[in-house]
Design a protein around this ligand. Structure first.
Ligand code: FDP
Length: 336
């Protein structure tokens, strides 16, 4: 009983990052520092989100971002907080953000890393107290140290990510990340101001019974996707769609399921962004034993040509992603 009431607090994120660094004898500690900088920005953004209703920072900012989407005040705040933390940390030379059209130079020309991020994902849920998130990818720069990062540094294949992660601001706040050796999840303890390892070595179920997509778009989904959705109903799967990519992804990662954002009439290339949404989640799901494709091609093999490039996404439990692809292939064969 005593044990249940006073559980040990466990490994902090800082200690975990330090231990992982020690496993690599030549590691310089810069990536570890960068991960700590992200964790610091997360704590600040978490505070702003929790107090948003009281501080009057809900609602729109009055401007559109580069995608023509209405920016929320918290989108802008999160963008500023993350950029500031990465700039002050010193390890990042260049940043790509959903909220900014061009690449952002931090002034740290000796920084070895590039960060691509969606500082606040799921904007439509901000004002209604529903889970939202942050997504990030970390790349090693290709250009020489000592100069500003280049567009080429920012348009690397997803396979080149050295780390990727997300933060979910939900019933509790969690940071989940991978450096290519498995996926680990940390839960924030607000009274201590620390993240603690709560979900070590996350593996996604091989198969699942949850499908997640915006079925309001069925009239313009590809036939193969609609055939798959009919199959889900025949199988009596559960439909679960929050409309915050991070939250939908996180639930399916833990419980087993598939998330789909196919091409639609409004977004013929899908809605999600390859460089700072799809790639990070694709690396995480693969590290957890799952799959991510655009319906036919592995996400991590796609070479981005533009910073804000969109791409269809099918991501989740491997057997479910395979099944979606089977339906899409059958559609192509019948269309021949
Ligand atoms: P949002 O535009 O609200 O920021 O990243 C884009 C995203 O949210 C995802 O988080 C979410 O899954 C998706 O768009 C929701 O799009 P729909 O409203 O078209 O379903």
């Amino acid at each position: 009983m005593d044990d249940q009431l006073a559980l040990p607090v466990g490994t902090t994120l800082d200690r975990f990052i330090m231990r992982k660094q020690e496993e690599f004898p030549y590691a310089s500690g810069e990536l570890s520092q960068l991960l700590r900088d992200i964790a610091l920005a997360t704590k600040i953004v978490n505070r702003e989100i929790n107090r948003a209703g009281l501080l009057g920072v809900t609602g729109t900012f009055g401007q559109q971002n580069v995608q023509g989407e209405e920016q929320q005040k918290l989108d802008v705040i999160a963008n500023i907080r993350f950029i500031r933390a990465l700039r002050n940390g010193g390890e990042v030379c260049t940043i790509i953000s959903e909220e900014e059209e061009g690449i952002i130079q931090t002034g740290n020309t000796k920084g070895k890393y590039i960060v691509a991020m969606d500082p606040l994902d799921g904007s439509s849920n901000i004002d209604v107290n529903v889970a939202i998130g942050t997504i990030f990818s970390i790349y090693r720069r290709l250009s020489d140290n000592g100069v500003e990062g280049t567009l080429e540094d920012c348009l690397q294949d997803g396979t080149k990510q050295v780390a990727a992660g997300y933060i979910i601001y939900g019933s509790s706040t969690m940071l989940v990340y991978t450096t290519g050796c498995g996926v680990n999840g940390f839960t924030y303890e607000p009274s201590l101001g620390e993240f603690f390892l709560s979900h070590p070595n996350i593996k996604t179920p091989k198969d699942g019974k949850i499908y997640s997509c915006n079925e309001g778009n069925v009239n313009s989904f590809p036939d193969g996707i609609n055939a798959y959705l009919s199959y889900c109903k025949e199988q009596r799967y559960s439909a679960r769609y929050i409309g915050s990519l991070v939250a939908d992804f996180h639930r399916n990662l833990l419980k087993g399921g598939v998330y789909l954002y196919p091409p639609t009439a409004k977004s013929p290339n899908g809605k999600l962004r390859l460089v700072y949404e799809c790639n990070a989640l694709a690396m995480i799901i693969e590290q957890a034993g799952g799959k991510a494709t655009d319906g036919s091609e592995r996400i991590l093999d796609k070479t981005p040509t533009e910073l804000h490039q969109r791409c269809p996404l099918v991501i989740g439990s491997p057997d479910m992603v395979d099944k979606v692809e089977e339906f899409l292939t059958a559609e192509m064969v019948t269309a021949l």
